[in-house]
Design a protein around this ligand. Structure first.
Ligand SMILES: [Ca+2]
Ligand SMILES: [Ca+2]
Length: 328
C-alpha cells in the first residue's frame, strides 16, 4: 500500500513537471525566431568553488509527528480547500517520519551554492562533462529575453540527469551528497524546518506556489506555478538569498532549483536507515531530490521534504551541488 501511495505522490510530481513543460514548449517555439540558435561556442567561466564546512555531528533526520502535523497544516493552507483532500494526505508525508535513533555523520565540505551554468560549462569545455544539458537547458518557462539568459553563468545549472550530476561532481574530485548529509547541512543539529529556521519567511528563498484557481480551473490536480513575491520568477543567480542560508552557511538549500542527492529513494521511509553515515538503499527506481524549486509551494521547500524522479530525467527546475569528505 505504501508503495502505491508513494508512486502516486511521485506521479503527481511528474505530472506537474509535464504540465509545466507543455506550457514551455509553446513559449519556446514562439521565442525561437528571436533567440539566436546555440552556436556551439563554449566560453570558459569558472565562478564559485566556495565550499562550506559541515562538521561531524548528529541530528534527528525527518519529521516528528508534531512536525508532520504542521507540514499538513501548511499544505492545506497553500493548496486550498479544493485540493486539500487530494494533496495533503498524511500518508504522502509519512516517508519523512523520524526514525527512533539520531543519525551521526562524518564531517564534510559542501558547495556553498548550487552548481552554476558557468561551472558546468567549464567542465564541458575541459572535456569532462556531457554537453547535452547545455543544449537542452534553454527550454525554461520564460519569455524570450529570459530564455536568452537561461545559460547565464551565475544561474544554477539545470536539465542534468542524475548521472550527469554525479559525473560532474566526480570530475571535480567531489561527489553528490547523501540524502542525510543534504538534510543535516540544511537543518543543523536542531533539525529546523527550513535552513533559516522553523518559522516560515517566504522572502528568504526563491519558491513557487500553487497555481491560482483561474489557471488551474480545468485541472484535477493542483498545478505548481512561479511566485514573484520573493523577487524572482524563475531561477535566481546563486547566492541571491544570503539571509536564507543554513546554520552552516550553505545557501539556496530551500528552493531556487531542487537538487539531486546520491541516494535511491527508500519506499519504506527511514524504517531501515543506518545510524552512522547512511547511504540509502543499494538499488531503487527513483533517485531522491531535495529542497524544492522556484515552482514549489513552501510546504515542498521544507528541508525534510522528499521527492524522487528516475535518474535519467531532466527538468528545468532541477540541479545539484557536490560535497567532499573532510580528512578524518
Ligand atoms: Ca520565486
Ligand atoms: Ca536549491
Amino acid at each position: 500500500m505504501l508503495g502505491q501511495v508513494r508512486a502516486l505522490k511521485l506521479g503527481v510530481a511528474v505530472l506537474i513537471a509535464v504540465a509545466v513543460t507543455v506550457d514551455l514548449d509553446v513559449k519556446v517555439v514562439r521565442a525561437g525566431a528571436e533567440a539566436p540558435a546555440h552556436s556551439g561556442k563554449i566560453d570558459v567561466v569558472y565562478r564559485g568553488h566556495d565550499m562550506v564546512k559541515v562538521p561531524r555531528g548528529s541530528f534527528r533526520i525527518g519529521s516528528t509527528a508534531a512536525q508532520l502535523e504542521r507540514a499538513l497544516d501548511l499544505c492545506a493552507r497553500e493548496v486550498g480547500e479544493r485540493f486539500e483532500e487530494l494533496a495533503c494526505q498524511s500518508q504522502f508525508f509519512e516517508d519523512e517520519l523520524t526514525p527512533p535513533r539520531p543519525i551521526t555523520l562524518f564531517g564534510f565540505l559542501m558547495d556553498r551554492f548550487e552548481v552554476t551554468v558557468g561551472e558546468y560549462r567549464a567542465c564541458v569545455a575541459a572535456g569532462g562533462c556531457a554537453i547535452d544539458p547545455l543544449l537542452v537547458a534553454a527550454p525554461e518557462p520564460a519569455p524570450a529575453a529570459a530564455i536568452r539568459d537561461a545559460l547565464a553563468d551565475d544561474l544554477p545549472m539545470v536539465g542534468v540527469t542524475w548521472y550527469e550530476a554525479a559525473a560532474y561532481c566526480k570530475r571535480a574530485g567531489k561527489r553528490l551528497p547523501t540524502e542525510a548529509e543534504w538534510e543535516y547541512a540544511a537543518r543543523g543539529a536542531t533539525a529546523r524546518t527550513w535552513p533559516f529556521g522553523s518559522r516560515l519567511y517566504p522572502t528568504l528563498m526563491n519558491h513557487g506556489q500553487i497555481a491560482p484557481e483561474s489557471i488551474a480551473a480545468t485541472q484535477t490536480l493542483p498545478l505548481f506555478a512561479v511566485d514573484e513575491r520573493d523577487g524572482q520568477r524563475y531561477r535566481a543567480p546563486v547566492g541571491s538569498y544570503p539571509h536564507g542560508k543554513s546554520p552552516f552557511g550553505v545557501e539556496d538549500l530551500a528552493g531556487n532549483v531542487a537538487e539531486w542527492v546520491s541516494d535511491w529513494y527508500a519506499a519504506g521511509g527511514y524504517a531501515r536507515i543506518e545510524s552512522l553515515a547512511p547511504r540509502g538503499p543499494a538499488s531503487g527506481v527513483f533517485k531522491v531530490l531535495r529542497g524544492g524549486s522556484y515552482l514549489s509551494p513552501a510546504y515542498r521547500t521544507r528541508s525534510a521534504s522528499r521527492e524522487g524522479l528516475p535518474p535519467g530525467e531532466r527538468a528545468a527546475w532541477l540541479g545539484f551541488r557536490c560535497v567532499r569528505d573532510l580528512p578524518p
